[in-house]
Design a protein around this ligand. Structure first.
Ligand code: NAD
Length: 485
């Protein structure tokens, strides 16, 4: 292992920070001001995955044997440390991911809520006892941790998503290698440091920074018994394919193309608030972001009037500026993708009613996009089907309730679904008919609670959902036992 150059940030293996085996690094920059260089982070490859997995494998027996209640006590200390470091961690999230400081603080709180929920579950990892077929026999089920897990995460919630994997993995008794997004390495390092400072033993939680090569190596390593992945559909499919020959256990949280339905009896003020929050909050970079508004033609013009007024008035700026309503997107590639999607939609007949361009005036050199609303978007056009992951909203006309549901369900994804109506019958019917995992009625289509399953249907998810008691079905496996006496 190489020592870490103090100017660089390394991997964390077996309780030590160190450089990548190749000594290669990658520069982390601030998307709100690209002249702000955050640091050089380890750019790992296969050999780094190998040492990290080895450390996790060595630490497994000791950690597994402690039992969940003792493990929970260590995790509780990590939560206390993170709460003390809330301001520092939130500032780092804003600096490397771009979201507004208030959003970053909210993310730290969300991560702490998830940890809190997970710790409470330590006393509820129950199995069952069941009647036996013979006398003097006890039959029961219980859970065991699955072993060494690889946790591969994206950049949009650089603290909360790693937390909602690390916390249950460790509580369950697994040991782990976290492979965060190369766009948000420092947030991941702070998370791992908090667990280390709290007393998580060496090797239980390891960090391998980098991109695809180290991710692929983790998936390919036969000592890794489970991969929990959050990210895009193409990468999720690649992981599923790579792991299939050895029946790798996977948990895949993927993309979304989420619809918010505005029916003809909707409260338009509430709907407008929800759309602005869902489409432009976190710069539209949420898997549950509202990216399609499906509006009844009876109220379309009124809704568009309100919506464009609100979107056009939003102040685009750095996340550190309290006056900013919307921060930058995370990287140059996201900026280009947003603008290209708008251009393509316009060529296909959609009308840009506000935004659609890069924001530069009075701003540092960063990746800023004006909040964008497109109207007259054909329901089956590319922009209405493909995830954009930026502040670009498509407004699609529908003619009545059945048509709204049909359009909402016409995409391959099924992450979140939202309906605005005053009619209780249509509320409940929408809950039954929308093909989405996270449903909302008369409230924004984003945001949920730490104890509710985070999940999608169709191409948005595979495997047990996260952030809920169901998560144990990923990090543990069942045993049945029959004991005669
Ligand atoms: P991504 O799929 O490009 O990358 C995700 C992670 O996978 C990164 O850490 C990346 O380095 C790693 N990776 C890339 N190729 C790999 C490979 N072949 N094998 C193993 N690992 C590999 O996603 P992203 O751009 O970081 O994040 C945006 C995507 O994440 C969007 O599609 C979004 O919808 C999705 N997302 C989903 C949820 C959810 O809960 N469903 C939450 C947030 C983000």
């Amino acid at each position: 292992m190489h020592a870490v150059d103090p100017a660089h940030f390394g991997n964390f293996t077996a309780g030590h920070w160190h450089a990548a085996e190749s000594d290669q690094t990658r520069l982390d920059i601030n998307p709100a001001d690209v002249s702000d260089h955050i640091g050089d982070f380890a750019e790992s490859g296969g050999p780094d995955a190998e040492v990290a997995v080895e450390a996790a494998e060595n630490a497994l027996p000791g950690w597994r044997d402690r039992g969940p209640i003792a493990r929970a006590e260590i995790l509780r200390r990590a939560g206390e440390l993170l709460a003390q470091r809330r301001a520092e961690v939130a500032a780092v999230i804003t600096r490397e991911q771009g979201k507004r400081l208030g959003e970053a603080r909210g993310e730290v709180d969300r991560a702490l809520a998830i940890l809190d929920f997970t710790i409470g579950e330590a006393r509820r990892l129950n199995g069952v006892t069941t009647p036996a077929e013979e006398p003097r026999t006890l039959a029961m089920t219980f859970r065991r941790p699955i072993g060494v897990v690889g946790l591969i995460t994206p950049w949009n919630f650089p603290l909360a998503i790693p937390m909602w994997k690390v916390a249950p993995a460790l509580l369950a008794g697994c040991t782990a290698v976290l492979k965060p997004s190369p766009l948000t390495p420092l947030t991941a390092a702070l998370l791992v440091q908090a667990f280390h400072d709290a007393g998580v033993p060496a090797g239980v939680l390891n960090l391998a920074q980098g991109d695809r090569p180290v991710g692929e190596a983790l998936v390919a390593d036969p000592r890794v018994t489970g991969i929990s992945f959050t990210g895009s559909l193409p990468v999720g499919l690649a992981i599923q394919r790579a792991g299939a020959p050895r029946l790798l256990r996977t948990q895949l949280e993927l993309g979304g193309k989420n619809a918010l339905l505005v029916l003809d009896d909707a409260d338009l003020d509430k709907a407008t608030d929800a759309i602005v929050h869902g489409a432009f909050g976190q710069s539209g970079q949420r898997c549950s972001a509202t990216s399609r508004v499906v509006v009844d033609i009876a109220v379309r013009d009124e809704l568009l009037h309100r919506l464009t007024g609100r979107a056009a008035a939003m102040k685009v700026g750095p996340g550190t500026d309290p006056a900013s309503d919307i921060g930058p997107v995370v990287a140059a590639e996201r900026l280009t993708a947003c603008l290209a999607a708008v251009e393509q939609a316009a060529a296909g007949g959609a009308k840009v009613v506000c935004g659609g361009t890069r924001a530069t005036e009075g701003l540092p050199d960063g990746y800023y996009v004006h909040p964008t609303v497109l109207r007259d978007v054909p329901w089956d056009s590319e922009i209405a089907r493909e995830e954009i992951f930026g502040p670009v909203l498509s407004v699609i006309d529908c003619d009545g309730f059945d048509d709204a549901i049909r359009i909402a369900n016409s995409v391959e994804y099924g992450m979140s679904g939202t309906v605005f109506t005053r009619d209780p019958a249509r509320m409940f019917e929408a809950l039954e008919r929308l093909e989405a995992g996270m449903l909302h009625v008369n409230r924004p289509g984003v945001g949920a609670y730490a104890h509710l399953p985070h999940m999608g249907t169709k191409a948005s998810q595979f495997g047990p959902p996260e952030c809920s008691p169901q998560v144990w079905d990923f990090y543990t496996e069942w045993r049945s036992a029959c004991i005669s006496y």
